[in-house]
Design a protein around this ligand. Structure first.
Ligand code: BJW
Ligand code: ZN
Length: 281
């Protein structure tokens, strides 16, 4: 039966020229459900869109994305930190506060639940929050670091932040970074800025897992930032079928077998239900 409230559309891209998109309420593509039920190794690759429904802003969405309001050049490069440490540290403390106040949403929970239904599931995220872990996913590969693991900018020693949630104004404020216990250098956010290498081990494992899986989900990412954006392509080239979940089109459309247009927090639970998988916490 049709449920008009669901605006999700599911299109098998190979059929897109000849078939109108099917409403998700009418039918989730049967061949996708079969692929999901039969998959031996599933990789879930996520971007900021997965945390959007937890109230964490994405980067590039029109009106709501961080880069609409803030200049990445001033905040998310090594040069920005060299130039104005207080501006950068204060902005990231505001971001960290937002994450600490947020809760995992149905998309994070469905991904964690999916691990109970497939022989092997690997989560690869570009996100710097810990919402996958708080939803119950384990061994998450973080390609762009973490807001929760700051380190010394001089000697690299990990810095432990107080457990309390910081109280920061909307958009952040100028705030001096803590100093390193070991060498007295400035502490920096533990994220990967533009022009910096991704953590080598995490990137290597992510590429390896992508090339070993049979079903690869790319969820809530614009697919614009490299080298992460190449990972779905590697999966496809190695023979995996690729599923995209995103309300918008992305450059990754071309590598996808199925594109599920909609919010991850709606589409993923529906997909789980259609496959007969329990997705309660
Ligand atoms: C929903 C939804 C819902 C909404 N449900 N979906 C030219 C060619 C190739 C590469 C380069 C190039 N020029 C420069 C580069 C390199 C550069 C790069 O890729 N730049 C591009 C922008 C062009 N890459 C790098 O610099 C990387 N390092 C590197 O390459 O090292 C080698 C090197 C060294 C020296 C010189 C050059 C190269 C490092 C990249 C680090 C990225 N860092 C950031 C910030 C992290 C810290 C922080 O949080 O502040 O990582 S940038 C930002 O983008 C963040 C994200 O992880 C990353 C990806 O964004 P994501 O997750 O895709 O978010 P959005 O906002 O883009 O998209 C959200 C999506 O969700 C949208 O599609 C929505 O539709 C969707 N959505 N709601 C499902 N409810
Ligand atoms: Zn140090």
């Amino acid at each position: 039966m049709r449920q008009p409230s669901l605006d999700t559309e599911i299109t098998r891209l190979s059929d897109a020229r000849t078939l109108a998109p099917l409403s998700a309420a009418t039918a989730i593509a049967q061949d996708l459900l079969i692929a999901l039920r039969q998959a031996k190794h599933v990789v879930v690759f996520t971007g900021a869109g997965v945390s959007a429904e937890s109230g964490i802003p994405t980067f590039r969405d029109a009106l709501t994305g961080l880069w609409e309001r803030f200049d990445a050049e001033d905040l998310a490069t090594p040069n920005a930190f060299r130039k104005d440490k207080d501006l950068v540290w204060g902005w990231y403390e505001w971001r960290r506060m937002k994450v600490l106040m947020a809760q995992p949403n149905p998309a994070h929970l469905a991904i964690a639940a999916l691990a109970r239904h497939v022989a092997k599931l690997t989560v690869i995220t570009q996100n710097v929050d810990d919402l996958h872990e708080r939803a119950g996913s384990t061994d998450v590969l973080h390609l762009h670091g973490s807001l929760h693991q700051p380190r010394c900018a001089s000697c690299g020693q990990a810095h432990h932040l107080p457990a309390a949630i910081p109280e920061e104004p909307e958009g952040g404020r100028r705030l001096s970074p803590p100093v390193c216990d070991h060498c007295g250098g400035p502490v920096r956010p533990g994220v990967v800025w533009f022009g910096e290498d991704l953590p080598a081990r995490q990137l290597h494992l992510a590429q390896q897992q992508a090339q070993a899986c049979d079903l690869f989900f790319t969820i809530g990412t614009s697919g614009l930032v490299y080298p992460a954006a190449h990972i779905p392509v590697l999966a496809k080239q190695a023979g995996a079928q690729v599923v995209q979940i995103n309300p918008s089109k992305t450059p990754l459309d071309d590598v996808c077998t199925w594109s599920l247009q909609g919010a991850a927090g709606t589409v993923l639970p529906r997909l789980m239900e259609s496959a007969g998988f329990d997705h309660s916490a």
